[in-house]
Design a protein around this ligand. Structure first.
Ligand SMILES: *Cc1c(COP(=O)(O)O)cnc(C)c1O
Length: 398
């Protein structure tokens, strides 16, 4: 049995390790100068003069945004049924009701044509999810939001550094955009997240809200003469990003373009290698736009082998781990009990039942890529009455 090939791995180099060690040696571990440096470099990377507020997860950051925008009991917030549970859970956690919308059959992003039918007098916001790293049609979403006076908070957990119409996700017209730095996301801080907004007031309330609502953070207090003085000025929580983790984030951010280039290369190699297979390959972004390729989601089009059998054989015969993004929210026990709408999402039910996510991460070697390709081809073709033929190697060795 070959060694296991992981579905996802963080790309940690000496730069990240040294940054953590250096931070540890300064003796300042929690939120301070490194975290603010990470925020300013992140804001500059996104562009457009946005404010960036570092937090300890996407979940905490998006919760803070909804909470500080005053979204709560009696309100409804629209999002996609094809997302991670956290996207909908933060809506419930501020006391509002998530309202799910079906997906577009091509992009698997929220079906923009179905958003307006989900809007009621209680709707306050839309949370589009840039699924896999392919931007949603933001122009149409902003237009709908303007017409119905709704907030837009983008779930950009997969969205760094994707673009929409040549503009980086994060510096558009939304009220806020939230990123995840979970261990396997496009850049990581082990756990972490970033809120990006053009609204200085929202940035300020999120900055206070991530640290108990206290008006001066610990670093600031250490630099002033009144070390003991602070004031709790608003309702706050505890979800600041420590400097030890921000140090990883700074090193990762500076490598973001290089890591994206490698994922993009892998996506194109897969697309070429599977062109003759009974598979529907992920769509490319519009001409001139960047796909972050956080995920490579393909669809099985042949009934010779089902999706679940395919994933099982990839693991058992080839020791290659695949995944599924996502099990639609309305298929989960908790969400069946907590959604207050008909669980009628025919496109998601049809399309997501045949999706498979293949490994795509910058740490993959050429040999890993070859192995994934051969395993996919062999698994699908062995379910057919003809012979598997190996394809030429990528640059050999490695
Ligand atoms: C990972 C993920 C999240 C949650 O991010 P955390 O940083 O783990 O809280 C939210 N939405 C989507 C689409 C994700 O993939």
């Amino acid at each position: 049995m070959p060694a296991p090939l992981a579905f996802a791995l963080p790309d940690v180099t000496e730069a990240e390790i040294n940054a953590v060690v250096e931070c540890m040696r300064t003796g300042w571990l929690t939120t301070g100068l490194v975290s603010s440096q990470f925020e300013s470099e992140f804001a500059a990377y996104v562009g457009g003069g946005v404010h960036a507020v570092a937090v300890n997860s996407w979940t905490a950051g998006a919760f803070l945004v909804l909470y500080n925008l005053g979204i709560g009991p009696g309100d409804e917030v629209i999002t996609s049924c094809n997302t991670f549970s956290a996207t909908a859970k933060i809506i419930l956690d501020v006391g509002a009701q998530p309202v799910l919308v079906d997906v577009d059959p091509v992009t698997l992003n929220i079906d923009v044509d179905k958003i307006e039918a989900a809007i009621t007098s209680r709707t306050k916001a839309i949370i589009p999810v840039h699924f896999g790293g392919l931007a949603c049609d933001m122009d149409r979403i902003w237009e709908i939001a303007r017409r119905h006076n709704l907030r837009v908070i983008e779930d950009a957990a997969h969205g760094l550094p994707a673009t929409w119409r040549g503009r980086m996700i994060g510096n558009g017209e939304s009220d806020a955009v939230v990123y995840s730095f979970y261990a396997t996301k496009t850049i990581t801080t082990a756990e972490g997240g970033m809120i990006v907004t053009r609204d200085p007031n929202l940035a300020k309330t999120c900055r206070l809200g991530r640290l108990h609502g206290i008006n001066r953070d610990a670093a600031h207090r250490a630099l002033t003469s009144s070390l003991w003085a602070y004031d709790v000025v608003q309702s706050g929580f505890k979800c600041n990003m420590p400097d030890v983790l921000a140090a990883i984030g700074l090193a990762q951010l500076r490598r973001s373009d290089e890591m994206t280039a490698r994922r993009t290369e892998i996506a194109h190699i897969y697309r070429a290698a599977f062109a003759d297979m009974p598979l529907e390959l992920p769509v490319l972004p519009p001409e001139g736009d960047v796909h972050s390729w956080h995920l490579f989601v393909m669809r099985m089009t042949d009934d010779a082998i089902g999706r679940d059998d395919f994933i099982q054989q990839m693991k058992i015969k080839h020791n290659v781990s695949c995944s599924v993004h996502f099990i639609p929210l309305h298929h989960h026990t908790f969400w069946k009990a907590n959604l207050k709408q008909p669980l009628d999402f025919p496109v998601a039910d049809r399309e997501l039942a045949r999706t498979v996510s293949l490994p795509i991460y910058s740490k993959m070697t050429d040999a890993d890529i070859d192995r994934v390709i051969d395993s996919v081809r062999e698994t699908i073709l062995s379910a057919k009455p003809y012979e598997f033929t190996a394809r030429p190697r990528l640059n050999a060795t490695v």
